[in-house]
Design a protein around this ligand. Structure first.
Ligand SMILES: [Zn+2]
Length: 64
């Protein structure tokens, strides 16, 4: 999801460290988000299957 904007409305949820039960790859920096790390999940409202997990810092940098 290089350009999340094209998916229209996005729902951004913050995942608490205890909720991060597995590791994910962050599309912002292409590095992994380890288990137990708080991060954000970005869900396109119309295509929830395309949700992506981002480091909080990467997402904030991108949204500015
Ligand atoms: Zn990242």
């Amino acid at each position: 999801m290089e350009n999340p904007e094209i998916f229209g409305e996005l729902e951004v949820r913050f995942i608490q460290p205890y909720q991060a039960k597995k590791s994910y790859e962050c599309p912002g920096c292409n590095r992994s988000i380890d288990e137990g790390i708080g991060h954000v999940v970005v869900v396109p409202v119309e295509s929830p299957d395309l949700r992506r997990h981002w480091h909080r810092g990467c997402w904030e940098k991108k949204s500015v």
